[in-house]
Write a protein that binds this ligand. Structure first.
Ligand code: FAD
Length: 382
C-alpha cells in the first residue's frame, strides 16, 4: 500500500505548523496530530472575556531577520507591541531591562557618567570583599552578579527573582548561570534589541490557523498511543516535535525540565496593572510575575473598551512527571544526554526531529520558523 501522506507531523506548535505550511506550498500532503485538545502548541491562546490569554506563558515575537518577519506577517499582520516589563520590589517600580530610567529610580542619578561611576564603585567593592575573603573567582551566582553589577542592582532586581526561578538561594547556584548582565546607559525600556517585534493582531491562534489552513489536523491524539507502530503505513516521513527521550522510550535515561505554573483569574476592572508584564523581584512574594494579557493586543482606548481584564500569576515550579515541559536544563548531565539522543535521532533516515522538545533546546519563536524555512526539505535560504 502506498502511504497517503507525505508527512505525518507530530505536534501542531510553531515548528509543526510552519513545516506543514511549507510542505503544502510544495504540493505535499500532511497529517498533523497533537495530543492537546487544540492546535498551536505553546503559543495557543484561550479567549476569556474577549481577551487572548497566553495559556502557556507570555509570548512576544521578536527578530532581526526581515525574511522571518515578512513570512509571519504574510500569514497575519503583527501589531507594534513593545516589551517593556516593570519590576516591583517592596512596592516600588523599576524599569527593565536595566537602563538609565532604572538607575534614576535606584540612585536618583541623571547622567550616564554618574550611573557608570556608581556601578563601577559597587563592582569594585564586591571584588575587594571577595579578595579580603581570599577568593579570586566567583564561587556562586551571588558573587558573580555582585562583581558584574554591584550590590544595589543585584539585591533589588536579581536576587529574589532568580531564587524564585531556580528554587534555590543564589549562594547555592553556580556562577555560570549568569555570564554577563547587560546594562544600558540610555533611557530605553525596550526589552529586546531586535529590529522587529510585536504580537499577531487577533492573537497567535490566527498565525497557527493561517499556517495550518487546508491541512488535516487531529487533536487529542497521542502519537505513542495511535501512530507509533503504524505511521509508515500512512506517511512517507515523520516530523516529530514531541520529547526526544520519550520517542526513544527513555532508553538512555530521562531528560530534566524546568517548568512554570499559572494562576489565571478574571478581574472586574479594565486595567489592573497598566502593563503586560510586571516582575515581582522580592523573594517573599511567591510568584515571579503577573501577566495582564489584554495589554499585548489592546492599545490606547481599547484597554477601557473591554471592561474586564485577565491576569496570570506565574510561579516557577520543579518539574515532575506529567507536568508541562517548559525549559531544558542546561547542566552537564542533561547536555550530554540530549546530545546522545540527538545522535540516535541522526540515524533515523525518514524522521525529522524538530522544535524545542524534539531537539531539547530552548528556541524563541523566530529561530523555530527560521529552522523550518532553512531545513533541507524546503531549501528556502534566508
Ligand atoms: P511546542 O509549541 O511545544 O509544540 C509541540 C507540540 O507537540 C505541542 O502542542 C505538544 O502537545 C505536541 N506533542 C508533544 N508530544 C506529542 C505526542 N506524543 N503526540 C502528539 N502531540 C505531541 N519565544 C519567543 O520568541 N518569545 C517569547 O516571548 C517566548 N515566551 C516563552 C514563554 C515560555 C513560558 C516558554 C516556555 C517559551 C517561550 N517562548 C518564547 C518560546 C516558544 O514557546 C517556542 O519557540 C515555541 O513554542 C516552540 O514551538 P515548538 O513547535 O517547538 O513547540
Amino acid at each position: 500500500m502506498i502511504p497517503y501522506y507525505d508527512y505525518l507531523i507530530v505536534g501542531s506548535g510553531l515548528f509543526g505548523a510552519t513545516f506543514a505550511y511549507c510542505a503544502k506550498q510544495m504540493g505535499k500532503k500532511c497529517l498533523v496530530i497533537d495530543k492537546r485538545p487544540h492546535i498551536g502548541g505553546n503559543v495557543y491562546c484561550e479567549n476569556i472575556e474577549g481577551i487572548n490569554v497566553h495559556k502557556y506563558g507570555a509570548h512576544i515575537f521578536h527578530t532581526s531577520n526581515k525574511a522571518v518577519w515578512d513570512f509571519v506577517n504574510s500569514i497575519v499582520e503583527f501589531n507594534r507591541y513593545t516589551n517593556s516589563p516593570i519590576a516591583n520590589y517592596e512596592g516600588k517600580f523599576y524599569n527593565l531591562p536595566f537602563n538609565m530610567n532604572t538607575f534614576y529610580q535606584i540612585w536618583g542619578i541623571t547622567t550616564p557618567t554618574e550611573a557608570m561611576a556608581k556601578i563601577e564603585q559597587q563592582k569594585a567593592e564586591a571584588i575587594a570583599r571577595m579578595r579580603a575573603d581570599g577568593v579570586s573567582e566567583p564561587r556562586n551566582l551571588e558573587e558573580q552578579a555582585l562583581i558584574l553589577v554591584g550590590k544595589d542592582i543585584y539585591e533589588i532586581l536579581i536576587k529574589g527573582y532568580t531564587e524564585k526561578q531556580w528554587g534555590r538561594k543564589c549562594t547555592e547556584l553556580p556562577a555560570f548561570i549568569i555570564r554577563r548582565i547587560p546594562v544600558r546607559l540610555v533611557f530605553d525600556n525596550n526589552y529586546f534589541n531586535d529590529k522587529y517585534q510585536g504580537v499577531p493582531i487577533g492573537g497567535y491562534n490566527k498565525l497557527i490557523e493561517g499556517l495550518l489552513d487546508g491541512v488535516k489536523c487531529e487533536t487529542s491524539v497521542d502519537f505513542f498511543a495511535t501512530y507509533k507502530d503504524c505511521w509508515r503505513e500512512i506517511a512517507n516521513k515523520l516530523v516529530f516535535t514531541g520529547a526526544i527521550d520519550e520517542f526513544f522510550n527513555y532508553k538512555l535515561g530521562k531528560l530534566d525540565w524546568r517548568t512554570v505554573s499559572f494562576e489565571t483569574e478574571v478581574v472586574d476592572t479594565p486595567n489592573y496593572q497598566g502593563n503586560a508584564v510586571v516582575n515581582y523581584t522580592e523573594r517573599v512574594i511567591p510568584y515571579t510575575r503577573i501577566i495582564e494579557h489584554k495589554h499585548f493586543e489592546m492599545l490606547g482606548q481599547k484597554v477601557y473598551d473591554c471592561l474586564k481584564t485577565v491576569i496570570s500569576k506565574e510561579y516557577s515550579v520543579e518539574y515532575k512527571e506529567g507536568m508541562e515541559r517548559y525549559y531544558p536544563v542546561n547542566d552537564n548531565r542533561n547536555n550530554q544526554l540530549a546530545e546522545a539522543y540527538r545522535k540516535l535521532a541522526e540515524d533515523e533516515q525518514d524522521i525529522i526531529f524538530g522544535g524545542r522538545l524534539g531537539q531539547y533546546r530552548y528556541y524563541d519563536m523566530a529561530p523555530i520558523i527560521q529552522h523550518v524555512l532553512n531545513s533541507k526539505e524546503f531549501r528556502v535560504n534566508f
